[in-house]
Each structure stands twice: as C-alpha cells, then as structure tokens.
Design a protein around this ligand. Structure first.
Ligand SMILES: Nc1ncnc2c1ncn2[C@@H]1O[C@H](COP(=O)(O)OP(=O)(O)OP(=O)(O)O)[C@@H](O)[C@H]1O
Ligand code: SF4
Ligand SMILES: [Mg+2]
Length: 377
C-alpha cells in the first residue's frame, strides 16, 4: 500500500468526456471552473459596484448551434443569490437549469454552446468577461459545483485520496503530509467510514452515496462562498438521498450560499429560502418558497405544485400538467406555456409575457399574474 507521500498528484490524464467536470474541480486549466474573485484583480471594464448579493445574473442568454438550427437553451435569465442564501432552481427536464449553472462558470462546451448575452457579477466582477488568465489565477475557491453523477467528475483511474490531495495542493500551499491529513479529515467529516483506508480506494470501489460524499468533500474543502448543486441526489436511492442532502446543508450552513437545482418541489420546500421556476429556457416565477407555495402566480408553478404528492388531498389522484414542453429549437412567438395553460388567451399566443415584479419581492411572467384570474394571487 502506498504511503501518503507517495500518492502522486494526478496531472489531468482524463478521457475527454470527463474533461470539463474534472477541470472544473481541479480549477487549474483555462476557461473552466470554480472561480475566485479577489478584490484587486481585474480590469475596470469588468468591475462594478459591489452589491449585497453574492451573485447577480443579468439577462443571460445561451444558444446551441445544432444541425437542426439554433437551439435557445437559456433566454434572458436574471437572478440573484445573496450571502448565505439557499435558492432552489426548478423546472421540467430540458428547460435550461444545467445550462444556466454551467454558463455561470463558463463550463459550457463552446462550440456548440454560445453565451449570446448577459452579465454574471460575482463579488463585483463579471465572470463572463473575466480574462482567462485572470480567471485561472483566481479560480478555485469561491464557487464550487456538485454534479448529479459523481463519476463524471471523479477520475475512475485514480484513488480518492490522490484526487482530494490534488485539489488542495493546486490551491493551497500545503505539504503532501498536510494535504493527506486534511483530505482524510474531510472524508471523516462527510461520513465516510474508515477514511484512512478509503483514501486508497478507487471511485468504482465506493457506493453511489459514498462517491457523492467524496464529491461534497471535494467541493467544500476549499471553503467556497457559493456551491451550485445540480441534482446532487437524483442518482441515489431515497434513503441515501436524504442523508446526502442533510450532509450538504449541514456543511454549507453559515459558510456558503447554495444554488440547488432539483426536480423535487419537496426538497425545495424543505431546504430553500427562495425558489426560481424555469420553463422552456426562461424564468417564469420567483419568490420566497412560502409565498410561492401558498399562492403560485404562474399557471405552470400551480401545475407543478398540484402534482406534488405531499400537497395532494389524501385519496385524490395526482394532477399532471397536460401536453408537452415546446421544442427549444422552435419556441413559440408568445407564451411558451400557452398550449398547456388552462387560462390561455389570444394575447398569450401573440406576445411573450415579460417577467414582472409583484409585492414581497416576487416575479412572474404571466399576463394574468396578480389579477386573481388564475385562482391564485
Ligand atoms: N451540448 C448540447 N448541445 C445541444 N443542445 C444542448 C446541449 N446541452 C444542452 N442542450 C439543450 O439545452 C436545453 C437545456 O438543457 P439543460 O441540460 O440545461 O436542461 P435541464 O433543465 O438541466 O434538464 P434536466 O432536468 O433533464 O437536467 C435542452 O433542450 C438541451 O437539449
Ligand atoms: S401568459 Fe397566458 S398562456 Fe402564459 S401562463 Fe399566463 S395565462 Fe397562461
Ligand atoms: Mg440538468
């Protein structure tokens, strides 16, 4: 068995499919990754007045150039995340949640992806315009990401210990012995049994839940200000899901803000302070979780909530939203929800409803929001 000092740092010998996620975690190569903003870096062009928000996304639009045409994956998304905030990002499969998250960190494959507009202000600097060299110099400690499937981010060819040690050594001036001790300590913190032994394990020797715990350790060990978790528990069975979610919250509480991408409105209710609902590449509703759950303003959010087992009347059938999401290659001229909306009007098919503000810091993109006509506020 190798001694701590002889566990070599792995120099990114990864297959291409793993490259983006791997580079993101290691934060050592161009264009990808966790991004650190340190106050004195950067040109005036990318600086702006710092706000109380940790992250300020403004009018982000992303397209993919495909064989069938230009696919709009994210259309004019604006959102903010405060310090120590826990924000849920929900929406039907394919609506643009992951592309939004990856764009924040410039992790999109380009081509075919293109960020066509927007600003992503983090600690006063625009992540989308930060020079790569500067990004490289400052990345690694402020934003981290937890992926749905840890095998896409962990190298199957290298021991868990060497992967954790490498992250530390890339970002901290630590000796191999210190890096070893810290990595082992993090495995203990995230509840891996027998961490000393597990440092020598390969990812395939661990269960899915354990691999996700390793990912959590890797994402949090540098103390990021923001953690983006893209469906971190979807690949796990239900009992392990709850444990991993609890662990993630416990580890980030009081230290980091969390953007939690999920399909599960139950998780949003349990852990998030605010929720952002996306539909077909756009934000359709946003607000405090308790407000949105009590009086959803958008018919799509109403449908989502009605389809939640916990909210349905005992003995009643669960309601599903009829119809299908429109093709992102051919989004309609008007409201993208029109074909499925029980309240659709002629105007809805002609014009796109803009995202409007409502009391209590709420926003919704529906012509009827706030009128009471949809049966909600
Ligand atoms: N590399 C790519 N090339 C072409 N289209 C892409 C690519 N990646 C994503 N898309 C498209 O962008 C749109 C948004 O995808 P995204 O992965 O963000 O959805 P999502 O909301 O995260 O869905 P899910 O809940 O299933 O993870 C989808 O229509 C998807 O097909
Ligand atoms: S704008 Fe019209 S179609 Fe769209 S959600 Fe509102 S009422 Fe329904
Ligand atoms: Mg996704």
């Amino acid at each position: 068995m190798k001694s701590p000092a002889s566990l070599s740092c792995y120099p990114c010998r990864v297959p291409p499919w793993m490259w983006a996620a791997r580079c993101y975690l290691l934060a050592g190569t161009a264009g990808f990754c966790r991004v650190v903003f340190q106050a004195l870096h950067g040109s005036a062009a990318i600086l702006s007045t710092p706000t109380d928000n940790l992250l300020d996304v403004d009018d982000l639009s992303v397209v993919f150039d495909t064989d069938e045409g230009v696919l709009t994956a994210v259309d004019g998304v604006s959102l903010t995340i405060g310090r120590n905030d826990v924000v849920g990002l929900v929406g039907e499969s394919g609506c643009g949640k992951s592309v939004t998250a990856l764009s924040l960190l410039r992790l999109l494959p380009c081509p075919p992806g293109r960020i066509v507009s927007g600003r992503v202000m983090f600690d006063g600097k625009d992540l989308l315009r930060l020079p790569v060299g500067e990004l490289r110099a400052i990345r690694g400690q402020s934003i981290s990401m937890i992926f749905q499937e840890p095998m896409t981010a962990l190298s199957p060819l290298h021991r868990v210990g060497s992967q954790l040690i490498e992250v530390l050594q890339l970002h901290r001036d630590v000796s191999p012995q210190e890096a070893w001790a810290t990595s082992e300590e993090w495995l203990r913190k995230v509840g891996i049994p027998d961490p000393k032994q597990r440092m020598y394990s390969y990812p395939f020797e661990l269960s899915g839940g354990m691999r996700q715990r390793v990912m959590i350790a890797m994402a949090l060990m540098l103390g990021p200000q923001l953690v983006i978790a893209d469906e971190p528990t979807t690949a796990l069975d239900v009992t392990i899901q709850a444990q991993v979610l609890e662990l993630m919250l416990e580890m980030t509480q009081g230290h980091s803000s969390l953007l939690l991408i999920t399909h599960d409105m139950g998780i949003v209710w349990d852990v998030c302070e605010r929720v952002v609902v996306m539909y077909a590449s756009r934000i359709v509703e946003e607000g405090k979780v308790r407000d949105v759950f009590a009086t959803p303003l958008h018919p799509y959010t109403q449908g989502l909530l009605k389809s939640m087992p916990a909210l349905a009347q005992p003995g009643s059938r669960l309601v599903s939203i009829p119809g299908q999401v429109p093709s992102m290659l051919r989004l309609p001229k008007g409201c993208a929800f029109a074909d499925r909306c029980p309240f659709v009007m002629d105007t809805c098919r002609r014009e796109k409803p803009g995202l409007r503000s409502f009391p209590s810091n709420r926003r919704a993109a529906c012509f009827l929001a706030g009128t009471g006509a949809t049966g909600a506020a």
